[in-house]
Write a protein that binds this ligand. Sequence first.
Ligand SMILES: Cc1cc2nc3c(=O)[nH]c(=O)nc-3n(C[C@H](O)[C@H](O)[C@H](O)COP(=O)(O)O)c2cc1C
Length: 186
Amino acid sequence: MNKIIEAIKSRRSVRSFKSDALPRSELEAILDAAVWAPSGMNAQVWRFTALTRRAHIDRLNGLIRDSLRDSKIERFKAIAADPKSDLFYGAPVVVIASGEADGPTSAPDCALGLQNMMLAAASLGIGSCWVHAPARIASGPETTALRAELGIPESHAIFGSIALGYAAGPAPAAPPRKDGCTAILD
Ligand SMILES: Cc1cc2nc3c(=O)[nH]c(=O)nc-3n(C[C@H](O)[C@H](O)[C@H](O)COP(=O)(O)O)c2cc1C
């Protein structure tokens, strides 16, 4: 099979990570893959911020748990109530994708960058999982402080994140794909 198509089909969302750090050169290669994604009008007004310090990841996780506290969804409320819940599955690296909040294509631009990184990671034997919750953290002094510390520009919104690391167990099985989601009109 064509290598790119094979990589697209074999990438899986990993939800259990070893704590081992990633080699710096490989993390750099993964981040570089993000900025080779296409962007609307080639604006490239995005930032892919890699968190490698446990303290930063834990603070982000705490802010997410706080944001879920008032959720109407039971599963989210349970996550908020459990002080041990880790939205990033123990990953040693989390990459936050942010872009201009009012940018006309910021959301798809960031999504394409995240997908490039997940594919690049898979090609290096590194697991990944999109974790959407950072896009929903409530504003407040602690969020502002963490964003400032991470260097996320004030004009940026967070559009998603990925957890990155070596998978702790065997490769997850591929969830089946639904039929009827593609069409060719001859
Ligand atoms: C926009 C988006 C948000 C997602 N959010 C989460 C998430 O918060 N937590 C999680 O574990 N997986 C999340 N996922 C991963 C999906 O659950 C996963 O891609 C899907 O189950 C298919 O599995 P696969 O990636 O192994 O093909 C998200 C995926 C996308 C595209």
